[in-house]
Design a protein around this ligand. Structure first.
Ligand SMILES: [Zn+2]
Length: 558
């Protein structure tokens, strides 16, 4: 009776051809033929939005031994030791190790070495063909791209989220044989189907220049981490995601799980921080829209806020970062309050709009929920439930405290405030196609909700342009390019207490102000020395925008 052995399950699990050799019964020819078959599906490629290769494959070989089939271990050890560059003792131990049915002698061997081994005709030594993932850019965008496990399944990043598309289907080698393997009949083979290719929305050129700027910042400021996300405010496609420190995808530190977890996290999506003053963009947007709608609780653009440095809410006092002496922060309008990043004015707005109205905007701007980006492990941030939020909390949320957000949430909220008031679902994959070019999926912008009206958006953007032209964001100014944005400086908390001397400096900005095309959120975590968003983060955004202008050959807007 003939039965068929299906090897596919082994192949999927171990990632190489594990053959039950009935060596003396199977002809050498069949042996050679099956070993060279591409049974493991080739993983789909990952490219940037312009087709630049970010993750590809190369063929390599695994060499292994089956002690039961090794005839002269001592002699074989001598030959192998020379070829594999190991000691004879080590080779001998492996060749005689009967604790497992087979033992790997070498992984990722190249073809010439395998041919040499093949030429020695050693008994009990085999090789198989593998696919090895290669990342031409090494550490670039490593937390976004991610990597597969040794047996080829995505572990993190896009490699994980899109694994089903990238993986393909392994082939099979089928042997017709009788139950005891006494006689070998035909051998048949079904080819592997390669995975689909994935084109990301990332632009390698922008990713590279943003990584350079942030790496320099890390060093200059002795920071613990530096992060940046760049997106297109017109569709929320992600152009760059920088998380430093980073690691080389071709040398994943798999043996140190703790280090690997820390380095491979895409903190822009999965970690939260207190946004501080960058959040005033949202508070200002809510106020402007409510004013345009005729809500008397909202302040007009000509309203002059109280010049006092403090506001006391429910017995707790909020202070401005400035001492308000010698006329500083006096007689401010909303535009001036944004320029000066004056906390008390935003307390007034949040309290005047009230919990219900303000929370409607927090919801529309995506806080307290996932953005829905095509990436695993997204955090929803921390927003106090509307039912429990007190006036003192509301006052602080107005200037970006008592709320925690992911960097991606803040970038998207800002984009939705200044792009005419449209919140889209951010995305990382632009297109999925087969290797012969058949497009299986093409991303389009996905509208989520309205935040504010076009008019409110325009007014806000004009104020944020002022922040960069003459306010706290002036270090991001680029002549002729209408950069707009907002700085943020937040104290860090550890175990519910303010951590002395630990700050997060940030800047969210975009250009041009009248029709935003590029938006960047820059975050420097625990800079040493200077720690204000205006002096630490704003200049970095400027460098990134200048880099984009150069790379994209963008003409001046005025
Ligand atoms: Zn002030």
């Amino acid at each position: 009776m003939a039965i068929t052995f299906l090897f596919c399950t082994f192949l999927a699990r171990f990632g190489y051809i594990q053959l039950f050799w009935h060596k003396e019964l199977v002809t050498r020819a069949v042996d050679q033929w099956t070993r060279e078959l591409p049974v493991i599906a080739e993983r789909g490629l990952i490219t940037d939005r312009n087709g630049e290769l970010l993750a590809g494959n190369k063929t390599a070989y695994s060499v292994y031994a089956r002690a039961n089939a090794v005839k002269d271990p001592a002699a074989s050890a001598k030959v192998l030791a020379a070829l594999l560059n190991v000691s004879e003792t080590e080779a001998y131990e492996k060749l005689t190790d009967r604790s497992r049915s087979e033992i790997t002698l070498l992984k990722r061997a190249d073809k010439s070495l395998v041919e040499k081994i093949e030429g020695t005709n050693l008994s009990g030594v085999y090789y198989s063909r593998d696919n090895v993932r290669v990342y031409p850019y090494g550490a670039l965008a490593s937390q976004t791209i991610g990597f597969p496990s040794a047996d080829g399944a995505g572990v993190t990043g896009v490699e994980l989220y899109y694994n089903d598309y990238l993986a393909g289907t392994n082939g099979e080698v089928l042997y017709d044989t009788d139950l005891v393997g006494a006689e070998v009949g035909g051998v048949s083979y079904r080819a592997a189907t390669g995975g689909l290719n994935i084109m990301l929305t990332l632009d390698v050129r922008i990713q590279m220049l943003a990584e350079e700027v942030m790496a320099r910042a890390m060093e200059e400021h002795g920071a613990k981490a530096a992060r940046c996300v760049v997106l297109d405010p017109n569709d929320f496609s992600v152009l760059a995601m920088v998380n430093l420190p980073s690691y080389d995808l071709n040398a994943v530190p798999r043996d140190d799980i703790e280090q690997l977890n820390a380095l491979s996290r895409n903190a822009l999506v999965s970690d939260v921080y207190e946004p501080g003053s960058t959040f005033k963009v949202v508070t200002a947007a809510a106020n402007i829209e409510e004013h345009l709608r005729g809500n008397p609780a909202a302040f007009s653009e000509n309203y002059v806020f109280s010049s006092s440095r403090t506001r006391t809410v429910e017995g707790s006092t909020v202070r401005c970062w400035s001492d308000h002496k010698q006329g500083k922060h006096a007689n401010q309008t909303l535009a001036m309050a944004l320029n000066n990043s004056c906390n008390p004015c935003f307390v007034d707005i949040a309290l005047s709009l009230g919990k219900e109205t303000f929370y409607d905007y927090l919801q529309a701007f995506g806080f307290g929920r996932a953005t829905g980006i095509d990436f695993s492990g997204e955090s929803v941030g921390m927003l106090l439930p509307e039912s429990t939020v007190r006036a003192g909390d509301l006052a602080r949320i107005g200037f970006g405290q008592t709320i925690a957000v992911t960097p991606l949430q803040l970038a998207c909220a800002t984009a939705a405030a200044v792009n005419g008031g449209y919140y889209f679902t951010p995305y990382l994959v632009k297109e999925i196609a087969s290797s012969d070019g058949r497009v299986e999926y093409r991303a389009d912008k996905r509208f989520s909700c309205r935040t504010v009206s076009e008019e409110a958006s325009r007014m806000l953007s004009s104020m944020l342009e002022g922040v960069v032209r003459e306010g706290s964001g002036k270090h991001a100014f680029i002549e002729g390019y209408r950069v707009a944005g907002k700085t943020g400086t937040a104290q860090k908390y550890e175990n519910g207490q303010i951590a002395a001397g630990k700050y997060v400096s940030s800047f969210v900005g975009y250009f041009p102000a009248n029709q935003p095309r590029y938006l960047a959120l820059v975050i420097v975590d625990e800079p040493q020395g200077s720690y204000y968003g205006s002096t630490v983060a704003a200049p970095l955004a400027k460098d990134i925008f200048q880099g984009i202008i150069d790379v994209m050959h963008i003409e001046r807007f005025e």
